[in-house]
Design a protein around this ligand. Structure first.
Ligand SMILES: Nc1ncnc2c1ncn2[C@@H]1O[C@H](COP(=O)(O)OP(=O)(O)O)[C@@H](O)[C@H]1O
Ligand SMILES: N[C@@H](CC(=O)OP(=O)(O)O)C(=O)O
Length: 450
């Protein structure tokens, strides 16, 4: 049995949904179909999830929502009318959209989560209706009925492990189950979403739960490429990569597959096949536990992400001060802040954060509290911070990779703020300025792939 997930680009219009239908019809092993909300139809278009976020904000601020409601309804109407779905099946979808503000929410974070989740929820209902009327034995399955329970974090939930036993009850289904991605319910029955792009996570959770033979993840590219294809024309396609390689690359910007989606796949040892809805005959990329080393290419992929910021701290004899790390980490914990990395020198320490967690006020508070606790000689936040990753299982046994990478970056006058090698055997991490990020990826690509 296969779990098959279609991203927003694959479900953006009735034309795209026709391709999805053909893909599901082509293989009777494709029993669990995870769907995203309708995505962008063209460059500059707006995803339904982003329209719903706008709708939620306008609702919270008591603004006029007529235009955004109309825009959301039109997206579902185009898909429904494209398949001649009966009006009595479309009307409840439109009514649900209109009535979202009339439900009761514990607070605005749950309101936002519920609005966002309806992109997927209503699309899965519509896709199930289209499948049924096309003659498939299909039905909608809500995450609640599937048994998916998540932690109580409205916009960044994590699956609770007992969900896997509940999901196992759906193994060996005769029907095609159309399941919305991106959200599930907390223990109180409230909707919580995964982080953005989180339908990939739902697919991986379902695949692990039902012990799928394969998790097919359909998107709009023929393969995962060695670098983001918007930076290099026709980059090398990766035919096979390991879970660890993909996890490190998606963490650092390979948005094609969510980094958190790798965890259920690793735990269930489910091979992931990233494929193209517009070109389903292309083999795509396999992500699995092991792969054959490629002696010609020690590097598998290169990625960069600018969603980081850093807190720099200097204090003489920092290395001798007992309890300093604990004091800083306690302050972060008090404010529910996690950190990504913490490279240190003799008298210096840099703490790298996901910058989405911070606000200007929170930064001021952290600087004030850390200053009061450890009296640094210097302390400041920097937002001009990107992480650049060079990833490859075959780097493990090779000498000279670091020197080639550093030389390639130096040749392009790219300043290294931080280097982290050794923590992971299969990657080298560089801290660089945001403005250098794209050029750095291209420089490393030219060095290792041309
Ligand atoms: N290394 C990469 N290989 C392939 N695609 C990448 C890579 N890095 C970023 N992408 C981007 O990821 C996009 C697909 O992911 P996403 O937009 O989330 O699709 P979907 O809507 O199908 O979920 C591609 O169109 C491409 O622009
Ligand atoms: N629709 C959600 C979840 C998702 O996974 O979407 P997509 O498959 O289009 O990346 C989002 O935009 O975040």
């Amino acid at each position: 049995m296969k779990v098959i997930k279609f991203g927003g680009s694959s479900l953006a219009s009735s034309t795209q949904l026709q391709k999805v239908l053909s893909i599901v019809e082509a293989d009777d092993q494709r029993k669990y179909v995870i769907v995203s909300a309708p995505g962008k139809r063209f460059d500059g278009d707006t995803k339904v999830t982003d329209l719903l976020i706008q709708y939620a904000r306008q609702t919270i601020h008591h603004q006029d929502t007529t235009a955004v409601v109309q825009a959301i309804i039109e997206r579902y109407a185009e898909i429904g009318h494209g398949f001649n779905v009966a009006e009595d099946q479309l009307t409840p979808i439109f009514e649900t959209i209109r009535n979202l503000p009339n439900q009761t929410y514990a607070d605005n974070t749950y309101l936002m989560a519920t609005f966002k989740a309806h992109g997927e929820r209503l699309n899965a209902q519509l896709v199930a209706a289209v499948f049924q009327q096309s003659g498939l034995n299909a039905r909608y399955l809500d995450p609640k009925d599937a048994g998916m329970v998540v932690t109580d974090v409205p916009d960044d939930a994590q699956i609770i492990a007992s969900s896997y036993d509940q999901l196992a009850r759906w193994a060996d289904t005769d029907q095609i189950l159309v399941i919305p991605g991106f959200f599930a319910y907390n223990r109180n029955g409230q909707i919580c979403t995964f982080s953005r792009g989180g339908s990939d996570i739902t697919g991986a959770i379902v695949a692990r739960g039902v012990h799928a033979d394969l998790y097919e993840n359909f998107t709009d590219v023929d393969a995962i490429y060695a670098v983001n294809p918007s930076l290099v024309e026709q980059p090398a396609a990766i035919s096979e990569m390991t879970f660890r390689e993909m996890r490190e690359l998606s963490y650092a910007g390979f948005s094609v597959f969510h980094d958190e989606a790798l965890i259920p796949a690793i735990q269930g040892d489910i091979t992931v096949n990233v494929k193209n809805t517009n070109h389903p005959e292309a083999p795509g990329t396999l992500i699995k536990s092991t792969r054959e080393p490629n002696p010609h290419y020690p590097v598998t992929g290169i990625a960069s992400s600018s969603s980081f910021c850093s807190l720099y701290l200097r204090k003489y004899l920092l290395n001798k001060e007992v309890g300093l790390g604990r004091k800083i980490l306690t302050i972060l914990e008090t404010h529910h802040i996690s950190y990504e990395h913490m490279p240190s020198g003799i008298d210096d320490l840099t703490i790298i954060f996901d910058e989405h967690q911070l606000t200007p006020e929170l930064e001021k508070t952290l600087v004030a509290e850390i200053s009061a606790a450890i009296h640094p000689d210097e302390i400041y936040f920097t937002h001009d911070y990107s992480i650049l990753m060079l990833v490859g299982e075959s780097m493990r046994n090779r000498v000279g990779i670091m020197s080639r990478a550093a030389t390639a970056l130096a040749d392009h006058n790219i300043k290294l703020i931080m280097v982290n090698q050794g923590a992971s055997e299969i990657s080298i991490m560089f801290g660089i300025h945001d403005r250098d990020a794209d050029q750095a990826v291209v420089a490393l690509y030219d060095e290792f792939f041309k």
